[in-house]
Design a binder for this molecule. Structure first.
Ligand code: PGA
Length: 253
């Protein structure tokens, strides 16, 4: 098995104003700077309005910056959209793509997500590609087929595997406090790795859905789980940092 460094990503979703968002980023940067070098990677994905000020706060810290979506095109007449090159220019290293909330609420399909992954990678961003099944699909025994299809159709033909992270996020686990069993997560992560083929061993596969400081140790200790995509619990600096530390970072605290 290759040595995949754990990665913990905070997805702030549509939360954070200038004051609260920069304060949260500053608190995390202070923790990370005091603890560096870190034994794991950490990134935060604030709303687009906060990218530039937070890029300044994170400058020189081990915490990476990410966005929550990008357009397929880099620039042009696309009112309200943001291109991957703009995100890179604002200081981003990562972009979350194909999150289930965008798939459901913005009707984003696999083909569109694949175009976005290609655009992100062309701009030099690491795409954090989200896949996950609904509760109904799991109950109907369709999890494996759904994940395989989502993954294969959401990857562009000219994939850059070194700029790819996959996040397995069962939709029924997001924001619900319900987490699948470790065996169920492991099964899907192995399936994702197999589906990725020759790249499978190198690509980091995160778990997302109701990750908290309380359950992170068990999840992150697993060799099949290369990190976490964290929503609600990433909005609190102490809690998010506590999750990161479960990756194996150790100090006296
Ligand atoms: P949650 O969200 O941690 O609040 O469940 C995860 C996500 O949607 O990425």
């Amino acid at each position: 098995m290759t040595n995949r460094r754990k990665l913990v990503v905070g997805n702030w979703k549509m939360n954070g104003l200038l004051g609260s968002g920069t304060a949260l980023a500053k608190a995390l940067a202070d923790e990370a700077n005091a603890a560096k070098p870190l034994a794991f990677d950490m990134a935060i994905c604030p709303p687009a309005t906060l990218l530039a000020p937070i890029a300044e706060i994170l400058d020189g810290s081990p915490i990476g910056l990410g966005a929550q979506d990008c357009h397929t095109q880099n620039h042009g007449a696309y009112t309200g959209e943001i291109g991957a090159g703009m995100l890179k220019d604002a200081g981003c290293r990562y972009v979350i793509l194909g999150h289930s909330e965008r798939r459901a609420m913005r009707c984003e399909g696999n083909a569109l997500v694949a175009e976005k992954v290609a655009a992100a990678q062309t701009a030099g961003l690491t795409a954090i590609l989200c896949v996950g099944e609904t509760q109904r699909q799991r109950a109907d025994g369709e999890t494996c087929s759904v994940i395989t299809l989502q993954l294969t159709e959401s990857l562009p033909k000219n994939l850059a595997p070194d700029l790819l992270v996959v996040a397995y996020e069962p939709i029924w686990a997001i924001g619900t406090g319900v987490v699948p069993s470790l065996d169920d997560i492991r099964e899907v992560h192995r399936l994702i790795r197999e589906t990725l083929g020759v790249y499978g061993d190198a690509v980091r596969i995160l778990y997302g859905g109701s990750v908290t400081p309380g359950n992170a140790a068990t999840l992150l200790a697993d060799s099949e789980i290369d990190g976490a995509l964290v929503g609600g619990a990433s909005l609190n600096a102490d809690g998010f940092w506590a999750i990161g530390k479960k990756c194996g970072y150790t100090t006296s605290t």
